[in-house]
Design a binder for this molecule. Structure first.
Ligand SMILES: Nc1ncnc2c1ncn2[C@@H]1O[C@H](COP(=O)(O)OP(=O)(O)OP(=O)(O)O)[C@@H](O)[C@H]1O
Ligand SMILES: [Mg+2]
Length: 315
């Protein structure tokens, strides 16, 4: 059975400016549980409080109120820190160091040395496909290579729980896919991954659960598969003939939109209605090339939740 990796209760963070006048409530009474062995994605627009939550959990900054546990220990403790890996947002390494030297430096900070460290570095650089760039200075690394090096660095102490703040930010599609594959492999090896992101379609591909945070408030938390269930909307692709001219009660009843030259999107009440539409199309000599049932994407859920929350606040 899975145990709880992260547990927060009423976690609140208010930042005060240096003049003590302006206060920012970055996180408001956040209660969240993340089980071990999963990839959890915390989503939210810029300034939602995502980085603040990671910083609180890691003890980099302190809560104004509330509490949190990591791997069964209160965040004020330190023992669990040996079991945590962290890739910060916009991380930078000294440009004159090579990838291998960066790893040596951080490995030594984690208490490793000698052959044990050398072996670990080679193994991790292999995992993130940077082995052949080990001796190249990081100033010559691309953004994707920097993110992969950051990931390797976060894994040096063989952590059980890994915090990744925007791990694929600024990385091209191929680089992003490579990072996603590594994260899935880590999960399959029993690691728990907590990642912050605003790349929704990407998060949807690998996370088990997500939390949607807006202006410090957790709007929703849940299973990605449950959130993105199929809906009664079908994309139908037809050959040649346009269906615009068809005038029939069924077509009029069905809500449909032309997506492009030969793609139509139909919203139907149920499967019977869908079949009536298909029958109508075919009896009118329209050749159907493809039909796809549509899903609620994480992006749609995200946008509607954020809009709704902002509207409520404005009222
Ligand atoms: N050290 C600080 N002092 C004052 N305010 C801060 C500090 N750090 C963050 N904030 C404010 O707290 C809010 C949340 O910031 P945070 O960096 O946690 O957001 P985020 O969700 O990580 O955003 P992004 O997607 O841009 O990384 C913002 O309004 C930010 O300006
Ligand atoms: Mg951030």
């Amino acid at each position: 059975m899975n145990s709880i990796a992260i547990e927060t209760s009423g976690l609140t963070k208010v930042y005060s400016s240096s003049f003590g006048k302006r206060k920012v409530e970055a996180l408001t009474s956040l209660s969240l549980n993340v089980s071990t062995g999963m990839i959890f994605g915390l989503l939210g627009p810029n300034g939602a409080g995502k980085t603040t939550l990671i910083k609180l959990l890691l003890g980099i900054t302190f809560p104004t109120s509330g509490r949190a546990n990591i791997l069964g220990e209160d965040i004020t403790g330190y023992k669990m820190k040996y079991k945590i890996g962290y890739l910060p947002e916009n991380h930078k390494y000294p440009s004159y160091l090579s990838g291998g030297e960066v790893m040596q430096f951080f490995g030594k900070l984690s208490g490793m040395d000698g052959t044990e460290l050398n072996k670990k570095i080679d193994e991790l650089l292999e995992l993130v496909q940077l082995a052949k760039w080990k001796k190249t200075k990081v100033k010559n690394y691309s953004k994707g290579m920097m993110q992969r090096l950051g990931l390797a660095q976060a894994l040096l102490n063989n952590p059980e729980l890994i915090f990744l703040d925007e791990p694929t930010d600024g990385v091209d599609p191929i680089g992003r896919k490579e990072i996603r594959d590594i994260l899935v492999e880590l999960k399959n090896n029993g690691k728990t991954i907590f990642l912050n992101s605003h790349l929704l379609s990407e998060v949807e591909l690998i996370t088990d659960r997500v939390g949607i945070l807006n202006k410090g408030i957790l709007l929703r938390e849940g299973d990605v598969k449950e959130m993105t269930q199929n809906k009664e909307e079908y994309k139908i692709s037809i050959e040649g003939n346009s269906i615009d001219k068809l005038d029939d009660e069924i077509l009029r009843k069905a809500s449909f939109a032309k997506m492009n030259q030969d793609y139509y999107s139909f919203k139907v009440e149920n499967t019977q209605e869908l079949n009536k539409i298909l029958d109508l199309l075919r009896t009118n000599g329209i050749v159907i090339k493809e039909m796809l049932q549509q899903k609620n994407s994480l992006e749609e859920i995200f946008i509607s939740l954020i809009k709704e929350a902002d509207k409520e606040k404005a009222q």
